[in-house]
Design a protein around this ligand. Structure first.
Ligand code: FMN
Ligand code: 173
Length: 415
């Protein structure tokens, strides 16, 4: 690991000495008149609360991981192998949380990971999540497996920041890919996130035990993007001589096969996406230095270091464990985003300190959605941000810039 200067002591700016309108202050104020918070602040309890509210099928779907859950377990353990070391008598105020990626400044270095089929967790599904994202100034990444159309999510997200995640059809369906990209562009999604690790769903015992795959249900829960797509609709009509509505089950199965064809693209195919998307392209699912270097060589603007929360490949290494070597190899060449296993403010700090510029929140916001719809998602985002903000402040770290938040604030405490 390259030694980096601990610049906290050089920090001269007194950012914001007080933050009177923080979530915690609102909660304590409300407590004076006897009001208790409707949802717990113990982030470790959100999963159990969601379980209470969801059907076994839906809970199994979000909680589920591949095989023996080893990759998922490793993701969480990896965070515990680092400790944050605080500096004292640092006169900076509340930390500056702004981060800049792709030439754009974001209020916070977190975003909402793409998560499909959200209507199985709450009737408002993606609409609730996209509204919460706008309210809390957090970027929303819409999944191709969304239960709500590209256009309707954009409307719900309003002036919020939104990116589009592609599950990438094979080349015989290039016309559908172009249609999805142009719809996303027209609806104000600024960054294209291409997920590489999920051309077929992983071996997930929880879903197998429940005999449950939300994507192939005979309704439109996971296929809203396909059913609302003019090119997919036309192709279905041409092939079957009838519209989607007359054979929803076949249309759903064929859409599932279109976006999860069971076969991966190759690196050379990225050119096609570059020709049809004029904004930044980010590859999600990178886990090796070799692939990160290829992403640079193929002209990508960013990567998400992610193992899909351990849902795809069992027996894998923690995503956090590969982050530092990937940052060392390509950190100056493209933007590095991190996800997998982030559960607290301290976890966000650790991933940023190891070199990520932005961190994606996955299951926790879905637990919030299950618990209380839009308000539940807002609670999770506000809690994680509040915890993150105070933990940074109490560590004497004055901003999320790599100048202040880097490996010098971490100590390795386990192997
Ligand atoms: C229920 C569920 C659905 C998901 N759907 C998608 C998806 O449609 N597209 C995608 O790229 N990743 C998807 N992911 C993966 C997340 O984007 C993210 O990589 C993962 O949740 C991170 O792990 P964590 O939740 O353990 O922190 C999904 C994850 C969950 C839990
Ligand atoms: O479950 C997932 O991890 C995922 O990526 C997905 C795939 C299909 C539908 C919904 C989510």
């Amino acid at each position: 690991m390259s030694p980096q200067q601990d610049s906290r002591l050089e920090s001269k700016s007194i950012a914001q000495p007080l933050a009177p309108f923080t979530y915690e202050n609102q909660v304590y104020q409300a407590g004076l008149s006897g009001q208790k918070p409707p949802i717990t602040f113990n982030c470790g309890d959100w999963e159990a609360l969601a379980k209470d509210r969801l059907s076994a099928d839906s809970f199994g779907y979000v909680w589920g991981s591949a095989g023996t859950r080893e990759t998922d377990d490793n993701n969480k353990k990896a965070f515990k192998k680092w400790g944050i070391v605080p500096s004292r008598l640092v006169k900076s105020g509340f930390p500056d949380l702004k981060t800049t990626l792709f030439g754009e400044t974001f209020d916070y270095p977190i975003a909402m990971a793409p998560v499909g089929v959200q209507r199985i967790f709450h009737p408002d599904g993606e609409i609730a999540s996209a509204k919460a994202a706008e309210q809390e100034n957090v970027t929303y990444i819409l999944s191709t497996a969304s239960a709500t159309s590209i256009e309707d999510v954009a409307k719900a997200n309003g002036n919020g920041s939104r990116w589009y995640q592609l599950y990438w059809p094979l080349s015989e369906n290039n016309d559908i890919t172009v249609s999805l990209l142009s719809r996303a562009k027209a609806s104000g999604y600024k960054v294209l996130v291409v997920t590489l690790d999920t051309y077929i769903l992983g071996w997930r015992p929880s879903d197998l035990n429940n005999a449950y795959n939300p994507f192939i249900r005979a309704d439109d829960i996971g296929v809203a993007l396909g059913f609302s797509d003019p090119v997919y609709r036309r192709k279905f009509q041409e092939k079957h001589g009838k519209p989607i509505e007359e054979d929803v089950q076949t249309a759903a199965a064929e859409w599932a096969h279109t976006v999860f064809p069971g076969l991966s693209h190759g690196w050379e195919d990225l050119k096609f996406l570059q020709e049809h998307w004029d904004g930044p392209i980010v590859l999600k699912g990178i886990q090796t230095v070799a692939d990160a270097k290829k992403a640079v060589a193929y002209g990508m603007q960013g990567i998400v270091v992610s193992n899909h929360g351990g849902r795809q490949q069992d027996g894998g290494i923690a995503s956090l464990d590969v982050l530092p070597e990937i940052v060392d190899a390509v950190g100056n060449d493209l933007e590095i985003i991190y996800d997998s296993g982030v559960r607290s403010g301290a976890d966000i700090i650790k991933a940023l300190a190891l070199g990520a510029k932005m961190v994606l929140i996955g299951r926790p916001y879905i637990y919030g959605l299950a618990i209380q719809g839009e308000q539940g998602v807002r609670h999770v985002l506000k809690s994680l941000l509040g915890d993150f903000n105070l933990t940074l402040h109490l560590s004497g770290i004055s901003s999320v810039s790599p100048k202040h938040l880097n490996r010098s604030v971490l100590r390795r405490t386990g192997n």
